[in-house]
Design a protein around this ligand. Sequence first.
Ligand code: SAH
Length: 241
Amino acid sequence: MRKKPDKAFSILLIAIIVFFSFDIDSFAGQYRQQRQEMVENQLKGRGITDNKTLEAMLNTERHKFVPSDYKRIAYNDRPLPIGHGQTISQPYIVAYMTEIIEPESHHRILEIGTGSGYQAAVLGEIVDQVYTIEIIEELGKQSIEVLDKLGYDNVHVKIEDGYYGWEEHAPYDAIVVTAAADHIPPPLVDQLKDGGKMIIPVGSPFRVQQLMLVEKDGDSKSTKNLMPVRFVPFKRADDYQ
Ligand code: SAH
């Protein structure tokens, strides 16, 4: 007596599983294809050539770092809002900032401005250890959760004002700052290795800023303007009091 409904139920269950696994796979395939197109058109097409950077951009699932309403357009050629008035940079800018610091597999990198955790994940695909600091607690907590879920156990997030860097793990091979400061924070230069590179947008908040490359050479540093950019402001702990 009970056999029939059981069988029908099993068939239905199998059909549901097949349908959903097909669906999930096709979504994953769709996102991968979007990443391939992003790499070809937005990155290679604009002169990004470093293979490690291109590979990391191809493998990092940007759609998992953006709010669900924006997943569909996660790979578009634009920055996206991530809540709390902050943004995840356009893919090209993430790739550019990654390529310019010449990341190597044995490197230890510091990022200021974790935001969604995406730039840190891209770096984490390439280098040994990434330390990243976020000043907004909710964003820091969210990125810890996402990075943990995706298995980035070489990316470490701290919730604090990043102006003072993360002394404990210094010196760094490179430092990536993803919020616009009105000057280059001296503690960050101090925590850079001799010969290390820092990339940082410098200028007034809510205006066009200069993306700058800072190279440390003993007690001195050289700076080079790379391109005009628009980043969210580098805040200070006092802004929250
Ligand atoms: N790299 C991020 C984008 C960050 S937007 C990503 O891939 O998503 C810039 C981030 O810098 C924001 O989240 C902002 O809260 C953070 N920020 C601004 N000032 C900061 C400071 N002093 N210390 C640490 N984080 C800061």
